[in-house]
Design a protein around this ligand. Structure first.
Ligand code: PMP
Length: 424
């Protein structure tokens, strides 16, 4: 054994690391390194640790379940915790979304819903939004258009994926209405020039564009998608992998738009860190999924993940976390808007709940990844962990665990303000 080697080198370089922190412990919004140094985790694993790191109720559920049953092979038995989770999600979701399929990651769940949409409609094509992120598998890479690095040197990717603009009004320098009208027109042109409606199985959208820059989808656009899908028998898929489980101030972000999808994709925040994802759909659609044509070893069978998900949902309800999200969101957005007045490099402050963006621009209004990077580096150096996003990498995202309190938001804003002052 090579004992002289830095053991971190054993890890593949394909993982890029924002920091070299050796994380050994987590509690609430904090992560601790080997030396006991404390870091504010405003990344939440991009929407994973919504209940905070190691929430006692989630930890207890994992411990209890591990002594009862860790795994049950779905082709052979039906673990009762898996049924319990379906029941709990059924209570949470609007009536037509009452059938469930579980898997391990967001990518897998997205793959699953495309397979389901193809079988249900008998059609092959999928329309995705410009700036989307749906995963890292070959199919979901083809559905991901936020950054070329996610697809770099992986061609050929599966065919049948067509891209339509997302109504990102700040990016175009337009009003929201102008951006929506443009996106509606362009979708019509996609139908006319690329994927005929009767060849289109599904349209998929993130209700807040995630990796593409934390841009909420306007209600009018979502409602238009619902109308178009109904007219043409296309399934509307809403990917709430990042925005789900309280992140935007409601259990799911789609609740804020009066639009119910045909298929809902969920992952990340569902398990508080245990790998679990799922899709919810209607009885009519799920019935058409030919038995045996999809599955996987761990999906539905990894019972500890089911127990963690049950405890996560209970915790969000019992601790009134949604109300905390709404209050902290208001505080955060107000604080950032004040800073925007002082620092014109912040071109835009936007978001829903605790999925908030600060977009950095140069004096001429063009995207500034350089400024975003400077500010981000300064924040991280001051133990506030944050991540960038956006096709130009010029957006800093604010995604603390949903249990963050008032004083912690204030502290994060202070660190950010100092970082802005350092960056100019
Ligand atoms: N969809 C969205 C909206 C995501 O943000 C992500 C992950 N960032 C995925 C799908 C893929 O999830 P996973 O990394 O669990 O495969």
């Amino acid at each position: 054994m090579n004992t002289l080697m830095d053991t971190k080198e054993l890890l593949s370089p394909v993982w890029t690391h924002l920091t070299q922190i050796n994380a050994v412990r987590g509690k609430g919004i904090y992560i601790y390194d080997e030396a006991g140094e404390e870091y504010m985790d405003f990344t939440s694993g991009i929407g994973v640790t919504n209940t905070g790191h190691c929430h006692p109720k989630v930890v207890q559920a994992i411990q209890d379940q591990s002594q009862e049953l860790i795994f049950g092979q779905m082709n052979c038995v039906i673990p009762s915790k898996t049924v319990e989770l379906a029941e709990k999600l059924n209570e949470l979701l609007p009536n037509p979304l009452n059938r469930f399929f579980f898997s391990n990651s967001g990518s897998e769940a997205t793959e699953a819903c495309v397979k389901l949409a193809k079988q249900y409609t008998g059609r092959q094509n999928v329309i995705v939004m410009q700036g989307s992120f749906h995963g890292r598998t070959h199919l979901t890479m083809a559905m991901t258009t936020s950054k070329t690095v996610y697809r770099y040197k992986y061609q050929p990717l599966p065919s049948g994926i067509f891209v339509t603009p997302f109504p990102n009004h700040f990016q175009y320098g337009w009003t929201e209405d102008q951006a929506i009208d443009f996106a509606i027109k362009q979708l019509d042109l996609v139908f006319r020039g690329q994927s005929a409606p009767d060849e289109t199985a599904a349209i998929i959208i993130e209700p807040v564009l995630g990796e593409g820059g934390y841009v909420p989808a306007p209600k009018r656009y979502l409602q238009h998608l619902r109308k178009v899908c109904d007219e043409h028998g296309i399934l509307l898929i809403i990917d709430e992998v990042q925005s789900g489980f309280g992140r935007t101030g409601t259990f799911f972000c789609f609740e804020q738009s009066d639009v119910v999808p045909d298929i809902l994709v969920m992952a990340k925040g569902l398990g508080s860190g245990m790998p679990i994802s799922g899709i919810a759909s209607t009885e009519k659609i799920m019935k058409k999924w030919v038995p045996g044509t999809h599955g996987g070893t761990y999906g539905g069978g990894s019972v500890i993940s089911m127990a963690a998900a049950l405890a996560t949902i209970d915790t969000i309800k019992e601790e009134n976390i949604l109300e905390n999200v709404r209050q902290r969101s208001h505080q955060l957005i107000e604080g950032l808007k004040k800073l925007q007045q002082q620092y014109p490099m912040i071109g835009d402050v936007r978001g829903r709940g605790l999925m908030v963006a600060t977009e950095f621009i140069n004096e001429d209004g063009t995207p500034s990844p350089e400024l975003a990077k400077k500010v981000l580096t300064e924040c991280v150096n001051n133990k506030l962990l944050m991540l960038a996003c956006g096709s130009y990498a010029n957006v800093i995202r604010w995604i603390p665990p949903l249990v963050v309190n008032e004083a912690q938001i204030e502290q994060a804003l202070r660190i950010f303000e100092n970082a802005l002052a350092e960056a100019i």
